[in-house]
Design a protein around this ligand. Structure first.
Ligand code: HEM
Length: 405
């Protein structure tokens, strides 16, 4: 089996597909491995790169069932004790009802589709401003020049944190989100401390001078009563900053790669920009930004589809695999922006389904259509070599995407 550092190889076709998980080749193209896992062992018991034993779910139907089954829980302190609590887990993503409802409820009204839609014009201006800066150039770096800054500017404005600090946020959130397979544990720890100290100072400022941003609202809610603790303010804000940094950037990045690698689909969208909503859904399904961060713990000894799971077993749902399941999607490996209503799982399912989905969709739509409108000859730079997919357990994305304009 794989060793704890994830050094495992698929040497021959006789070897089980799960041995190829977490290898460098897997990061480059996970889909053939997932296809074999869905066939051979759709509910696979294995060891994850951090040495933790658990289960990986790769079929769509099983994924939906796990995500809506409340025997699978998020709050690991219920199993491992309070020592496992940190500010990075004091939020809705790592809570179960009733805490989950309370924490999600406090920020939900800031992300409704209606409210998010009212940001359209402003997000369009931000997108155009970023592309004004590359106008006249023959090349651009999609991630650095556009896909990364766009969602950061938007979430920074919603939260009311200074955009000048975006470079720091990038280092911290990259480090924290890569933590599960990083060799540099102490540095991750230092980054977590710096991030926490930064937020602490910022909250102090907000307490003295509240505005109409989301952080001010959370702090006022804390001061007004017992709705949330100080630790939870850190937890919710850190989650929103990290989610705003590490996901939408890869929707734009992975989505543009899919489009540019399928010139017929690119042409279709260029000819009819109103297809963009369906195109974004297909980008999310075909090459979704969230890899296997959608994890749960078995909250009790239980049976799931004939498998005996022990209380405390890790259960990881591979969303990108579920979204290529031929039982759910016709021609699953075909990238088709006109696909009929696709119930993909890129934003998860059930009570933890992504809170930021309306915002991410809107940012994606604006980003893709603005790039195509402003640069009709846009393509991947031919001399750039093979794209390098970031190895990681949490998000799936490319380090850099060099474009010719
Ligand atoms: C939860 C995906 C963008 C905030 C989730 C989950 C997924 C996901 C799969 C569920 C995790 C689970 O069930 O374990 C994505 C993708 C995005 C995106 C693919 C971009 C394309 C955003 C943005 C924000 C955000 C922009 C914030 C502004 C959240 C929050 C949760 C969440 C707060 C936790 C919800 C809960 O536990 O109730 N996201 N996300 N996401 N996402 Fe996103």
């Amino acid at each position: 089996d794989c060793n704890p550092k994830g050094a495992c190889r698929l040497n021959s076709s006789n070897e089980s597909a799960k041995n190829a998980l977490f290898t460098p080749g897997f990061a480059q193209d996970p889909y053939p491995v997932y296809a074999r896992m869905r066939e051979e062992e759709p509910i696979a018991k294995l060891m994850f790169p951090d040495g933790q034993f658990g289960w990986m779910i790769t079929r769509y139907e099983d994924a939906v069932d796990v995500l809506k089954d409340n025997r699978f829980i998020k709050d690991m302190t219920k199993i491992f004790g309070n020592g496992y609590q940190s500010i990075f887990t004091s939020n809705m993503l790592f809570s179960d009802p009733p805490d989950h409802r309370r924490l999600r409820g406090l920020v939900q009204q800031g992300f409704t589709p209606k409210l998010v839609e009212s940001m359209r014009e402003h997000i369009q201006q931000i997108a155009d401003g970023l592309l004004d800066a590359v106008e006249g150039r023959s090349e651009m770096s999609l991630i650095d020049d556009f896909a990364f800054p766009l969602p950061i500017i938007v979430i920074s404005e919603i939260l009311g944190v200074p955009i000048e600090d975006q470079d720091k946020f990038r280092v911290w959130s990259n480090s924290i989100i890569g933590a599960s397979n990083s060799e540099e544990g102490p540095q991750v720890y230092q980054h977590m401390q710096e991030f926490t100290a930064y937020l602490g100072q910022w909250f102090e400022k907000v307490r003295q001078e509240p505005g109409d941003d989301l952080i001010s609202q959370l702090i006022m809610a804390e001061e007004a009563g017992e709705k949330l603790s100080e630790q939870e303010i850190y937890g919710v804000v850190a989650l929103l900053i990290i989610a705003g940094h590490e996901t939408t950037v890869n929707l734009i990045g992975n989505g543009m790669i899919s489009l540019l690698q399928h010139p017929d689909q690119l042409r279709k969208l260029q000819e009819d920009p109103s297809l963009v909503k369906g195109a974004i859904e297909e980008m999310l399904r075909y090459n979704g930004p969230v890899e296997f961060s959608t994890s749960r713990w078995a909250g009790e000894d239980l049976e799931f589809r004939g498998h005996q799971m022990k209380r405390g077993d890790l259960v990881v749902v591979a969303l990108d695999s579920a979204d290529r399941d031929g039982e759910q999607f016709a021609d699953p490996d075909l990238f088709d922006i006109t696909r009929e209503r696709s119930r993909h799982l890129a934003f998860g399912h059930g009570i933890h389904m992504c809170l930021g989905a309306p915002l991410a969709r809107l940012e994606g739509e604006i980003a893709v259509n603005t790039l195509l409108r402003r640069f009709p000859n846009i393509r991947l730079r031919e001399d750039a070599g093979e794209l390098e997919w970031r190895p990681g357990m949490i998000v799936r994305g490319v380090k850099e995407i060099p474009l010719s304009l």
